[in-house]
Design a protein around this ligand. Structure first.
Ligand code: FAD
Length: 503
């Protein structure tokens, strides 16, 4: 199979779709491999993009650095703000809140994470919250931010997705990527191999290629429509299937975090940018109808509504193969879980960087395809488990939705993680999993899972010695936070987009 590429001097890569996925792929392929390959991107202004996807996680910094992007320029162009984590409200119970920060909490010992020492402290009467030991968390809630030496502040961005795609487009085109405007009417398969030979566009245009990247979003025109790769439905674990998004005018300076506020049939997001705020409601249509969801969203937003409500239906799950024949799914065509932990753009980044590492040398190797699929699927399953945790580990029983979540079956590996933590306080990060120990600890404790035991090493510390250790960590955090400028002041100095761009 895939003999079409043998002997080709320059690989012809065709990207179908120009949303965040399409332009991230184009900018990365063009920017890093432009001398070796020809890249063409086809998109249709008439169809447009999904228009959401504005909250990110820290690895995006690496992606931007690989592309040689200047951070301040990127933030100005995308009206971005800094993000230090996510504040989860009403998840454990109505009125409760916790914070999943991007930072490190306290100080780990090589044999035991900081939570073991904190738990020991609690057992001997220390009442300080786990949150008091995390710089990013305390800075976020104080509305402060600054870059610190040695990358000591871990952060990501909240950005305008339309502007991000436009920013990447500029870079991609400068790197030699050809953009073709037009609607893909059909996908032409090679009669012999069954691979994709070309995209047929309205107006009888034909774009031939060797390798195709499906970035057509939920339509999945190539991987699903033409190559019939099936879809694994994960609705039984991640039951939300609908969202409505609106943008509003800002009513206060942007906070350096995203809010995820649970309601009785899902949750709502608030993502503050420099020039406006992104808002949305995510819900399960079995428990809430569209009209009520819209009413709830519009009834809760602050500031003037700037856009028509964008109503989006989806099925949580993944494409069974992310790479099949000469087609790689990147973005929503490859699947979608939940916007809750802002992981979709990250999965795009992982797929694109993986594709660059596995660029075919002539004929596509089935080994590459299998390896790519294994790696991408491992990422997706890991993220899936972390997401399910938020729904499953709740004390809420106040609605049919939450009762369903609390009683649903979960994957055995997640059950193991939860029980291991509950019994021993331990969390292990396997391979290069996205979420590290501190993420699991913050979310598990935030959702009400408290360990019954902890490492005996922590218990060996004398209360006075432990108290001194904990106090010194808190003081370091407090001192650092006190010295930080406000998030707003830092943006104004570092990357203010200016009134022209904000218009
Ligand atoms: P799209 O944006 O839908 O782009 C598809 C492209 O294909 C468009 O250019 C379209 O014109 C083109 N196209 C389709 N059909 C044709 C055709 N026939 N001919 C020509 N062109 C065609 N991710 C995060 O990381 N953080 C978040 O906070 C976040 N929030 C989200 C909230 C919701 C409710 C949803 C649904 C998703 C969210 N995501 C988030 C995911 C994120 O929006 C997507 O991963 C990201 O925008 C990539 O989308 P895409 O490029 O795959 O698809």
């Amino acid at each position: 199979m895939n003999g079409t590429m043998q002997g080709q001097a320059r690989l012809r890569v065709v990207i179908a779709g120009g949303g965040t996925a399409g332009w991230m792929t184009a900018a990365a392929l063009g920017g890093t491999l432009g001398e070796l390959i020809d890249v063409t991107l086809v998109e249709s202004d008439a169809i447009g993009t999904i228009g959401v996807g504005e909250s990110t996680i820290p690895p995006i910094i690496l992606f931007n650095r690989l592309l040689g992007i200047d951070e301040a320029e990127f933030m100005r162009a995308t009206q971005a703000t800094f993000k230090l984590g996510i504040k989860f409200e009403n998840w454990k119970g109505v009125g409760d809140s916790y914070f999943h920060s991007f930072g490190i909490t306290g100080k780990d010992h090589w044999s035991a994470g900081f939570q073991h020492f904190w738990l020991q402290g609690q057992s001997v009467g220390d009442e300080h919250s786990y949150d008091d030991y995390c710089l990013e968390l305390k800075a976020a809630l104080a509305g402060k931010f600054a870059h610190l030496p040695d990358d000591r502040m871990n952060y990501a961005y909240q950005l305008d997705s339309g502007r991000y795609a436009a920013f990447l487009r500029q870079r991609a085109e400068a790197a030699g990527v050809t953009r073709v405007e037009g609607r893909i009417a059909s996908v032409e398969l090679d009669g012999q191999s069954g691979d994709i030979a070309a995209l047929r566009l309205d107006g009888d245009r034909r774009i031939a290629g060797d390798l195709f990247v499906d970035c057509t979003g939920f339509r999945a025109l190539l991987i699903g429509g033409a190559l019939h790769v099936g879809f694994d439905d994960w609705t039984h674990w991640l039951p939300c299937d609908s969202a409505i998004a609106v943008q509003t005018a800002s009513v206060r300076p942007p906070v350096p975090y995203t809010r995820a506020i649970a309601h009785d049939a899902g949750w709502q997001w608030r993502i503050p940018l420099q020039h406006r705020q992104g808002n949305g409601i995510v819900y399960c249509s079995r428990y809430l109808d569209k009209a009520s969801a819209l009413e709830r969203l519009l009834g809760s937003v602050e500031g003037q509504v700037l856009t028509e409500p964008n109503v989006i239906g989806y099925t949580t799950g993944v494409r069974r193969q992310q790479w099949h024949r000469n087609c790689v799914a990147v973005g929503l065509s490859g699947g979608f879980m939940e916007p809750l932990e802002s992981t979709s753009i990250h999965l795009i980044q992982r797929a694109v960087l993986r594709l660059i590492r596995m660029l075919p040398a002539g004929r596509i190797s089935e080994r590459d395809v299998a390896e790519f699929n294994d790696q991408q699927m491992a990422d997706m399953e890991h993220i899936r488990e972390f997401l399910i945790l938020h729904y499953k580990a709740t004390e809420r029983r106040d609605s049919a939705f939450w009762r369903h979540c609390a009683s649903m079956d979960i994957p055995p590996s997640l059950r193991h993680r939860i029980e291991l933590f509950r019994e021993t306080g331990r969390v292990f990060r396997r391979n290069d999993e996205l979420f590290a120990e501190n993420s699991w600890v913050q979310v598990m404790m935030g959702q009400g899972i408290m360990p019954r035991a902890w490492h005996p090493l922590a218990a060996r510390l004398q209360p006075q010695e432990l108290g001194k250790f904990l106090a010194s960590l808190r003081e370091t955090v407090d001192r650092s936070v006190a010295n930080l400028p406000t998030h707003q002041a830092y943006i104004a100095r570092y990357c203010a987009a200016g009134s022209a761009a904000a218009a």
